[in-house]
Ligand binder design. Structure first.
Ligand SMILES: Nc1ncnc2c1ncn2[C@@H]1O[C@H](COP(=O)(O)OP(=O)(O)OP(=O)(O)O)[C@@H](O)[C@H]1O
Ligand SMILES: Nc1ncnc2c1ncn2[C@@H]1O[C@H](COP(=O)(O)OP(=O)(O)OP(=O)(O)O)[C@@H](O)[C@H]1O
Ligand SMILES: [Mg+2]
Ligand SMILES: [Mg+2]
Lengths: 275, 275
């Protein structure tokens, strides 16, 4: 049965989507894992990093998206509920046979208010994804920059969570805030989830205060039980360009510094899971 | 009476907070305007860009924050509701006499669910800020990277909104999504708000596809009624360092490229308002 890992961080723009997409691509291509990537963000960034806008429009029209899974798109509402397997895009990137995607939809923008009165609103996804877990080794959930209903659905169904973190001042404030709010959620939703670790991303090695921030966080007593991945994802513009061609970095330019970093991250990620 | 402007963008990490804080600082210091900056984001990034964590903790304990204004912090709940003026930090930065701040609180993290069943949940802030508008020339609202209840409260009370936008592929997708979802909100909440414009931020002039993205957006027919500010905010690490000393850029290092950009933005911002 697949292990489910959510990528979460309330701070925006730190590289959650970039990590989710490229990690999934290396795990599927280089490590031959069967991976399902799930886009929980109404901005559809993971989806549009792997498929063109036209292709996404066609797929959402004919097969559906996470808006159907979370039942806020009433086009396909049926009595027994929408089947999650219907909207899985198999082999979303032809060159990477083991990578499937469930795309998102901008209708998830007001999900919290749409589902506010619904009993068990944070369990809808978990119940449905359960039915397909036996088809995969790993499920990665790309979450929006908050801890609301979409992210709660992902966390409720997850075994682990991973925290991408940019080593700058405003992002580093977010780590203790995230731990605090996750503790609150864990108590209320009673889910068992463990932290797989923190991945420093968009790192500029030559900038003094990036180094200082990483040192400070690693030596901070309140984070001593957190695992900080040794692999650092550098700021590398090629990572920002790859989505324009709907390709992960290992297809767009496997010699770029960003590509090497994700190749190392995939190895470290697997060895962390196996511990 | 003050004009109210919200800085909004669903995409995370594009520079909403950096724009809100530094624009407010230039408008108050160089242009002698009386400015109230309001932090709607549970990450408290605007607050901690202008006050230290210790000072923030002391203020939230004794005077309150936006969590009190939006009535999710029950320490200070009273019959007639919490008075917004009680939690305004006057002259938050001593060297800039005209700049006041209402700090945020991490208790806003689950605001949407806390207020979901409350009648008029998106008007709570507007009713309260109305009472202090005569004390200011401008009110700037720094919003979280979503369009949920906190942002709806800001929009409902605003005359204009400003969209910071990083000229990269994933951010540029967000502009049409934002316009679409704002249209939906405007119809449902019936607020009158106009777009003051789009400010390109975190721009790297030497990167080809930043130039291409800006050209593409400006010439896109669906955005022909949008105003694109001529001032570009460059990627400038000094802007990321200034918050470590709880100072806006005009105090931290007024000769930095980021400082010059915000000086120009403040001028263009005022002339846009006066049109
Ligand atoms: N290591 C990197 N080097 C260069 N650019 C990067 C890197 N990581 C991410 N980016 C770029 O920075 C922007 C933000 O990254 P991304 O969208 O992955 O972050 P996010 O945390 O998912 O954002 P959001 O909070 O909006 O979901 C994107 O344009 C992306 O292409
Ligand atoms: N022009 C710039 N040059 C360099 N760094 C910048 C610039 N603008 C913002 N930053 C840095 O990038 C990070 C993200 O910016 P900021 O927090 O202002 O964005 P935001 O849109 O408010 O993010 P969020 O979506 O989390 O609220 C911060 O660490 C900030 O210091
Ligand atoms: Mg993302
Ligand atoms: Mg912000």
């Amino acid at each position: 049965k697949a292990r489910v890992i959510s990528l979460i961080q309330m701070k925006g723009g730190v590289g959650k989507t970039t990590c989710a997409v490229n990690l999934a691509a290396y795990l599927a291509k280089e490590h031959k894992r069967k991976v399902l990537l799930i886009d929980f963000d109404p901005q559809t960034n993971s989806s549009l990093s792997l498929m063109s806008e036209d292709r996404w429009r066609e797929w959402e029209e004919q097969h559906g998206t996470m808006a159907d899974v979370l039942e806020v798109d009433h086009k396909r509402k049926s009595e027994e509920g929408f089947k999650l397997s219907d909207c899985i895009v198999p082999n979303v990137v032809p060159e990477i046979p083991g990578l499937d995607l469930i795309p998102s939809h901008l209708k998830l923008t007001f999900l919290d208010l749409d589902l506010a009165a619904r009993p068990g609103r944070e369990r809808i996804f978990g119940r449905k994804v359960e039915k397909v877990l036996h088809n995969y080794d790993l499920v990665l959930c790309d979450c929006p920059p908050n801890l609301m209903t979409a992210t709660q659905n992902a966390l409720y169904a997850s075994d682990w969570y991973l925290v991408p973190m940019q080593p700058d001042f405003l992002s580093s404030i977010g780590l203790s805030l995230l731990q605090d709010r996750l503790g609150y959620l864990r108590k209320s939703l009673e889910f068992q989830i463990r932290c797989l670790g923190v991945v420093f991303s968009r790192v500029r090695r030559h900038i003094q205060f990036h180094q200082e921030t990483m040192e400070r966080l690693k030596s901070d007593k309140s984070f001593k039980r957190l695992y900080f991945f040794k692999t650092l994802i550098p700021e590398n513009i090629t990572l920002g360009e790859a989505p324009t061609e709907a390709k992960p970095i290992n297809l767009y330019d496997s010699s770029a510094p960003g590509a090497e970093a994700f190749s190392n991250l995939a190895k470290e990620f697997l060895s962390r899971l196996e511990q």
